[in-house]
Design a binder for this molecule. Structure first.
Ligand SMILES: [Zn+2]
Ligand SMILES: [Zn+2]
Length: 364
C-alpha cells in the first residue's frame, strides 16, 4: 500500500495520465480528496458530557450516509461464491470492529485494515472488549478473510540500531495485535537496506525471525514484493526468496508473500506482455504455495519505473487485460485479492465499481 504517497502526487499524476488517455476517460475527473472525512467537532455551544466519545461517534456516522448517497450499487456476491476472498483496504477509524461492516458496504468478501495509525510510532494494544467486538462484527459480516497492513515507518533492515530496535518493537506489537484479532495475515514491506544490500537483507531476516519467535499465533506473515524504489529490499523474486530462505525452518510455515501487481509491474515484471513468463518465474523462485495474498492495483508508473503509485484497475499502465487474466487464472482463484486503489470522492463508490469489474472479469 502506498497511501502515504498517494495524497501528494495524486493530482499531478492523475492529470498526466488523463492527458495520455482518450477523451472518454476525461469524463470522470478525480478530485484529490483526503482519504478519511475530517473529524467534525461537536457544536461548541452545548457542552457535551463526553466529548471524546461523541467525536468518535461522529467520525463513524458520515460513512453510513456515504453509503446511502452512493449511486454505485454493491457488487452482487453469488452464493456459493466461486471466488476466493475479494475485497479492499477499508478504514478502521473508530475501531477495528467497524471494518467488517465497511467491507460489507462495498460488497467485499475479505478485507485489509490497519490495526493502528500507520504513519505514527504510537502503539496500540487491543483490550479484551475490542477483540471481542471485532470478532463479533466479523462473524456477523460477510467477510471470510482479513489481513492487516503494517506501519510504513517500520524498517527492519535499517543499519541504524535505534531505528531498527524501534521498528522491531513496533513490528512485534503489530504481529501480536494481528494474532489477538485472529487475522489470517499480516502484510509487511521488506525494509530499506540504506548502506549495503547484503547486510540489510540479513538484518531484515534476523528481525523477522525475532518477531515471529516473540509473537507466536495464527496470523501468517506475508512479505510484500516491492517496486524497487530507493534501497528497498524485495523487488525481485530472487531477493524475496533469499530473504524468506534466511528464516529458520521451524518458522517457515508462518511465512508467505504478498504480490502487489503495481509493485511487481513497476519493478519490471511485465504482467501485460509476458503474463505466463512472470508467473512461471514466480512459481520457480517463490512458488504458488507461498502466495498468501494478491494486492490488485493498476500502476501509474510504467513497467520498470520503480514507482509505487497505485491506479484504479484499467486506468494505469497495466490495463484491464492482465487483471482479467488474473481473475480467470485457476492457480490464483482462491488466493485472497485486495484492492488498494484510490477511494475517490466517497469511501465506497470506487471500491464497489472495482469489485464489480473484477467479478465480471472472473465471470462470477
Ligand atoms: Zn503494502
Ligand atoms: Zn500493496
Amino acid at each position: 500500500m502506498s497511501a502515504k504517497k498517494k495524497a501528494g502526487k495524486k493530482k499531478a499524476v492523475a492529470k498526466k495520465t488523463a492527458a495520455k488517455r482518450p477523451a472518454a476517460k476525461k469524463a470522470a475527473p478525480k478530485k484529490s480528496v483526503p482519504k478519511r472525512p475530517a473529524p467534525r467537532r461537536p457544536a461548541p455551544k452545548k457542552p457535551a458530557p463526553k466529548p471524546a466519545k461523541r467525536a468518535a461517534k461522529r467520525d463513524i456516522r458520515p460513512k453510513a450516509s456515504d453509503v446511502r448517497l452512493s449511486l454505485v450499487p454493491k457488487p452482487v456476491v453469488p452464493d456459493p461464491d466461486p471466488l476466493g476472498p475479494l475485497g479492499a483496504h477499508v478504514s478502521s477509524q473508530g475501531g477495528a470492529a467497524l471494518a467488517p461492516e465497511r467491507a460489507d458496504d462495498i460488497g467485499a468478501t475479505g478485507l485489509q485494515l490497519f490495526t493502528k495509525v500507520p504513519n505514527q510510532w504510537k502503539e496500540k494494544e487491543f483490550s479484551a472488549e475490542e477483540v471481542a467486538a471485532y470478532r463479533t462484527a466479523l462473524a456477523a459480516s460477510g467477510q471470510r478473510w482479513a489481513t492487516s497492513h503494517d506501519s510504513y515507518l517500520i524498517n527492519l533492515a535499517s543499519p541504524d540500531a535505534t531505528l531498527r530496535a524501534r521498528s522491531l518493537e513496533s513490528f512485534t506489537l503489530e504481529l501480536k495485535r494481528c494474532n489477538a484479532l485472529g487475522l489470517d495475515a499480516l502484510v509487511s514491506h521488506p525494509g530499506n537496506f540504506i548502506d549495503e544490500r547484503e547486510s540489510g537483507i540479513a538484518r531484515n531476516a534476523d528481525a523477522i525471525t525475532e518477531a515471529l519467535e516473540a509473537a507466536p499465533g495464527p496470523t501468517r506473515l506475508c512479505m510484500e514484493l516491492t517496486a524497487g524504489q530507493g534501497t528497498v529490499i524485495g523487488s525481485t523474486f530472487e531477493e524475496m526468496a533469499d530473504l524468506l530462505a534466511r528464516i529458520p525452518k521451524h518458522l517457515q510455515h508462518r511465512l508467505g508473500v504478498c504480490l502487489d501487481t503495481c509493485h511487481v509491474f513497476a519493478a519490471g515484471y511485465d504482467l501485460v506482455g509476458d503474463y505466463d513468463g512472470v508467473w512461471a518465474r514466480f512459481d520457480d523462485l517463490i512458488g504458488f504455495a507461498r502466495l498468501g495474498v494478491l494486492h490488485l492495483n493498476d500502476s501509474l508508473g510504467a513497467l520498470g519505473s520503480h514507482k509505487d503509485r497505485h491506479a484504479l484497475i484499467g486506468e494505469g499502465c497495466i490495463g484491464d487485460g492482465a487483471f482479467r487474466r488474473i481473475m480467470q487464472d485457476e492457480r490464483l482463484r482462491l488466493v485472497p485479492k485486495m484492492l488498494e486503489t484510490p477511494k475517490g470522492d466517497d469511501m465506497v463508490s470506487n471500491d464497489r465499481r472495482m469489485l464489480t469489474k473484477l467479478r465480471a472479469f472472473a465471470g462470477a
